[in-house]
Design a protein around this ligand. Sequence first.
Ligand SMILES: Cc1cc2nc3c(=O)[nH]c(=O)nc-3n(C[C@H](O)[C@H](O)[C@H](O)COP(=O)(O)O)c2cc1C
Length: 388
Amino acid sequence: MKAVEIRKDIYWVGAIDWSMRSFHGYETSRGSSYNAYLILDEKITLIDTVKEPFKEELLERVASVIDPSKIDYIISNHVEPDHSGALPFMMAHCPNAKVITSIPQGLKGLKARYGDLPYEGVKAGDTLSIGKRTLQFVPTPMLHWPDSMVTYCPEEKILFSNDAFGQHLASGSRFDDENDLSVLYYEAKKYYANILTLYGRQAQAALKALKGLDIEMIATGHGIIWRSHVQEIHDLYEKWSTGTLEKRAVVVFDTMWHSTEQMARTITEAFQEKGVPATFYDIKENALSDIMTDILTSEYLAVGSPTINNQMLPTVASFLCYLKGLTAKGHKAFAFGSYGWGGQSIALVEDELKAADCDIVLDKQRLLNTPDKDTLEALREAVHTIVE
Ligand SMILES: Cc1cc2nc3c(=O)[nH]c(=O)nc-3n(C[C@H](O)[C@H](O)[C@H](O)COP(=O)(O)O)c2cc1C
C-alpha cells in the first residue's frame, strides 16, 4: 500500500475502512477512512495515526516513502482511538519520535490510554518549526472532545482538521473534486448532525479561531480532503453551527397496528399541502443517524408513538434519547399517537421533545384506537395551522 502525495513532500498515509457499517451506532453506510499525513522536512512529522486494526496499513504507506524510524514528531490532534489507536505501534517503530498533544486534556487522555511516552504538550498559539515549514496548533475544545485540536501549516496553507469538516466515507480518491459532491455534502452533514450538533457554540468558536488563517486545503481526519470546495464546506459549517433551518418537516414514528402510522401519513401530507417538503420515517426501517441528518436543518419535527403499557414504544424512546443528547434547539415540534385507554405515550413524547429544547407549536395529537376519516381530517387541519 502506497502513500498518496497531496502536496510536494506531504503525503496521505491513512487507511480506508471500506466495510465498516457502524461507528459506535452511527450507521456508516459508505464506510470511512482514518486519515494520517506525513510531512518530509528537516524534522519528519506524522500527523495523527489510524484505528488500531489498520496500523500495518499506516506503517506500510509510511514505509513506501521513508524509513519510519526517521520520524521525529507524531502530532496527535485527538485522543479518540480512531485517530490514536496505532500510536503505541508507531512509537515502537519510531524510537526517536516525540508525541505532540494538547495540554492538559490531550496529555491526560493519551497517558491514560497508552501510558508514558515522550510527550510534548502544546497550547493555543504554540508553533513547531520542522524546517522549511511551521506547524501552528489551534485548540478546538469539545469539537468534539475536550482534547481536540487542529494543526495549521502556514507555508502550505493546509489545515489538518482532524474530525472537523470530515465525513465517514470510504473512497479510492482522496480529494473533493474527484468524488461526487452531493455524496460528500450529505456525508459531511451526517457527520456534523450525529457528532457535532450538541457543540454548535464550540464549532462557532473554532470557525472564529480559524478566520484569520489562509486555508487552501483542509486535510480532514475522515473521508476526503477539501481543496476545491474549502469555502463551501466552511459555509455549511457556519450554517449548521448557527442552527439555520429550512422550511422542511420530519415526521418520525413507530407503530404496532398502523394507527399511529395513519396519523404520520396524514401529518406528512398536511405539511406537503402547505408547501413544506416533509419526510416520513418509520423508526424501524431507518437508521437514527439518517433521521438526525434530516432533522439538523428541518424547521418542523413531529414525533409519534402509540401507548404500550403506559409508555411510549422503546424504539421511540431510543430515538428521543439520541435526539435529546444531540439537542434540537429551536425546532418547531409536536407529539402524536394512537392509544387504547390511558394514552400516556403522547405526553411522554412531548416531555422529551421539550427536554431536547424543541419549541412545542401544537398541542398533543392523541387519537383513540383506529382513527376515522373525520379525526384524521381534524389532525390535517391542526397541522395546517402551525405552518407559517
Ligand atoms: C401490548 C399492548 C399494550 C398496550 N398498552 C396500552 C396502554 O398502556 N395504554 C393505552 O392507552 N393503550 C395501550 N395499548 C393500546 C394501543 O395503544 C392502541 O391499540 C393503539 O391504537 C395502537 O396504535 P398503533 O396502531 O399505532 O400501534 C396497548 C396495546 C398493546 C398491543
